[in-house]
Write a protein that binds this ligand. Structure first.
Ligand code: PLP
Length: 408
């Protein structure tokens, strides 16, 4: 593990920036001056690479070649080409990752495909899991007669009983990191399977899917991977398991030869079998361009910096008397930190007026996303110093700041 010692002054934070191997990545982002963007765990900012790839796909290939671009720009293979690039970031093989649909839909497909291979027809989810994961499992159980069991936080592996567990590697609220290898070992021991939700982990942690023994996973590309709003999700299926998996939504794009228009269904090899309909090419092109920023970057460095920035935040928040809702041990944490404040929402709104963008999860959670590719140590030092001032002066305490927007 790469360890970074924490700065105890702004000068020390500046010194860390000066020797940070990831500092040059900041230039790849189209971020406005004066904004400290702490919401990369929700929607990553635009990168220059994503914007120009989007222009190439729209004003270039689409305008110039119309339907011909499916061949001339090789759009037809774009989900798998982007999947192969992403596989390097996730620690998987190129054919094990593809892009399609949303995380919600991909979790549905994976859980449905895993169930016939599991010892029992039990779908397990923890009570503090991201809501979509819970809804999807309940919906699936309603369709196929499996049992959907909600268990207390942290009990998923122990209560698996040979079923299928859907589990976030990093909890969306607390940022608590699950032990992937231990979960996989428990699942194997009882004849069950784990479907990982990597939404809050991909692009910020060194996940090493193969090394950790993961078999099935899905995750977001619009958070730390900066693919853009509504960018398609990825789906991962281990090479050895993929041939045994049957998608419950076998659309024509998951067919090995879609343009043969055959009535008989033959799935594609690898994770690509989980494609259903026509891929969203413009979104995929933007994601492809966004991944440029990861070229040549070590995910170990990314993870170490995210944790060091998070540790700085927690250390400074503790000094302000704020309640901490994330694990203090950096090795048990993902890329964001959560603080609790009874007036968390107006506080987040006030911070935004100071150019510091964070987010809020009801009822009291403030989340700071520490995206290591565009944030710096001195920047976080300044943001936390400003937070201290806002807390101290109660400048958040106005009616206007309490008014809730639809998206928080
Ligand atoms: C942990 C987690 N899982 C699933 C989702 C839902 O993803 P999608 O909207 O792509 O279905 C999110 C969205 O933020 C999430 O944070």
């Amino acid at each position: 593990m790469t360890l970074i010692s924490l700065p105890e002054s702004r000068a020390e934070a500046e010194a860390l920036d000066a020797c940070d191997p990831l500092a040059p990545c900041r230039d790849a982002f189209a971020l406005p001056e004066g904004v400290t963007y702490l919401v990369g765990h929700s929607l990553g900012p635009a990168t220059k690479g994503a914007l120009s790839a989007l222009r190439r796909a729209s004003e270039g290939a689409w305008m110039a070649d119309r339907v011909g671009a499916w061949n001339s720009a090789d759009w037809i293979h774009l989900p798998d080409r982007v999947g192969a690039r992403l596989s390097a970031i996730l620690g998987a093989q190129p054919d094990e990752v593809s892009l399609c649909d949303s995380v919600s839909v991909n979790l549905f497909k994976l859980a449905a495909a895993a169930l016939p291979l599991a010892r029992s027809r039990r779908l397990v989810v923890e009570e503090d899991e991201f809501p979509t994961d819970q809804y999807i499992l309940e919906g699936l159980a309603g369709l196929n007669g499996a049992e959907c069991v909600r268990v207390p936080p942290g009990q998923g592996a122990a209560r698996l009983e040979g079923g299928v567990l859907v589990k976030s590697l990093v909890n969306f609220r607390s940022a608590e990191l699950a032990d992937m290898a231990a979960h996989e070992a428990s699942a194997r021991a009882c004849g069950g399977l784990v479907v990982w939700d990597l939404s809050h982990a991909s692009g910020v942690l060194d996940i090493e899917l193969a090394k950790q023994g993961a078999l099935l996973a899905a995750g977001c590309t619009y958070k730390y991977l900066n693919g853009g709003p509504g960018a398609p999700a990825f789906i991962y299926a281990h090479r050895e398991l993929a041939p045994e998996l049957t998608s419950p939504l076998p659309g024509w794009m998951g067919h090995a030869h879609p343009f043969e228009f055959s009535s008989a269904y033959t799935p594609k090899p690898g994770a690509a079998r989980f494609a259903a309909g026509t891929p969203p090419i413009l979104s995929l092109a933007a994601l492809d361009g966004a991944l440029d920023v990861f070229d040549g970057v070590s995910m170990q460095h990314v993870q170490a910096k995210a944790r060091a920035l998070g540790q700085m935040c927690l250390m400074m928040a503790e000094g302000m008397g704020l309640d901490i809702a994330s694990p203090q041990d950096p090795e048990r944490r993902g890329g964001h930190v959560s603080l609790c404040h009874p007036d968390g929402y107006p506080l987040v709104r006030a911070l935004s007026d100071w150019g510091i963008e964070a987010d809020f999860r009801t009822p009291h959670t403030i989340r700071f996303g520490l995206s290591p590719l565009f944030l710096g140590y001195a920047e976080i030092w300044d943001a936390m110093t400003e937070l201290a001032e806002i807390v101290e002066t109660r400048s958040w305490d106005t009616e206007a700041y309490r008014e809730r927007a639809i998206v928080t």
